[in-house]
Design a protein around this ligand. Structure first.
Ligand code: PLP
Length: 342
């Protein structure tokens, strides 16, 4: 079946991004592949990263762990949300370990899998998941593989970064574990003080630029192309699309593309997004529809029905255009794309 829109995912770019992050951190680098590898495909992403040398993988739920299937025996998989009241069977049956987040989870793990390895998340100030530093006595006797904490504001210069670092150092010196892990993609850019033994990048592997420091080193991974359904002239004085928000000041050439907000090209791109035909930039005209998008193509007279157009989906620039975060841009990509790994 022909798909009129496609997503091209560059395996070598993911691998290059992982290598850069690993070198920058100066320690082992894992990979967060939750949410189906940030929308790209967790299976393919994991394979590419394993081939590059990555051995530590993180998903959110046991369903994601099951979906990922068996990893090579020297790779490890951690379920970040831990072991909940309905997770015992999955946790005992799958070759993945939980990252325990609460006193209840610690007690549950001690009961269902005494002595078996786990990870633990410490909350050093984000107040999302994790045990508070004053609860670490509960961890006595656990076989902790990796002790984690997670930064709330690593993508900004916020005093919370150093406060969390200091708190994590204190906890790390008091809790026995094989390894300690703190930094996500943005945290890696904060410097090696944040590296500990293992870093956990996600978005930067996929081409997201978490901080300025990474801007010239992270390669674009995802490209979107859509096929032209119709080429038309919008007569001077007429409008285009829902709400008639684009008004043609003069006769305007438009290409109507096979992509819309149902594909994850959300309405934040209305009048702000852009596409490319070769070196020419094609501005989004008016509102994004559910399945269609109009771009201006005065600059490219030869463009015709059936031609392919690349949509600007370089994450930092698409984020500026749309007001969406780089994370949202990836995880909202829909099912109608033909996903091609190159
Ligand atoms: C998602 C996640 C990461 C990866 O974060 P990025 O900002 O995508 O690099 C790392 N650690 C934890 C605990 C996470 O939930």
């Amino acid at each position: 079946m022909h798909h009129p829109l496609r997503l091209t995912i560059d395996r070598s770019a993911i691998q290059a991004n992982w290598r850069w992050l690993q070198e920058r951190a100066g320690v082992a680098a894992g990979a967060a592949v939750k949410a189906d590898g940030y929308g790209l495909g967790a299976g393919e992403a994991t394979k590419a990263l394993f081939d590059a040398g990555c051995r530590d993988f993180f998903v959110s739920t046991w369903a994601e762990a099951e979906q990922l299937g068996g990893l090579p025996s020297d790779a490890s998989l951690v379920v970040l949300h831990g072991v909940g009241p309905n997770d015992a069977d999955a946790a005992l049956g799958l070759r993945a370990r939980p990252c325990l987040n609460t006193a209840e989870q610690v007690a549950r793990w001690e009961q269902i899998a005494p002595g078996r390895a786990c990870d633990v998340m410490i909350d050093t100030g984000m107040n999302r998941l994790g045990l508070r530093p004053n609860e670490i006595d509960l961890l006595d006797g656990l076989a902790i593989d990796t002790l984690h904490s997670h930064l709330a504001c690593a993508d900004e210069d916020d005093p919370l970064n150093e406060m969390q670092l200091e708190r994590f150092r204190v906890v790390a010196s008091a809790v026995q574990a094989k390894r300690y892990s703190f930094a996500n993609s943005a945290g890696i850019c904060l410097g090696r003080d944040y590296s500990f033994d293992l870093v956990r990048p996600g978005i930067a592997l996929c081409g997201g630029v978490p901080r300025e420091e990474a801007a010239n080193n992270i390669r674009q991974v995802v490209r979107i192309e859509a096929q032209i359904v119709q080429r038309r002239t919008i007569p001077e004085g007429e409008s285009c699309g829902y709400g008639a928000t684009f008004l043609a000041q003069e006769n305007t050439e438009a290409a109507i593309l096979n992509v819309g907000y149902a594909d994850g090209y959300l309405r934040g791109f209305s009048s702000h997004g852009s596409a490319f035909a070769g070196e020419f930039s094609l501005p989004v005209l008016g509102r994004v529809s559910m399945d269609l998008l109009a771009v201006g193509c005065d600059a490219v007279p030869g463009l015709k029905e059936g031609d392919w157009v690349e949509i600007d989906y370089d994450l930092p620039s698409a984020s500026k255009q749309s007001g969406l975060s780089q994370y949202e841009l990836l995880t909202c990509l829909g099912e109608r794309f033909e996903r091609r790994w190159i």
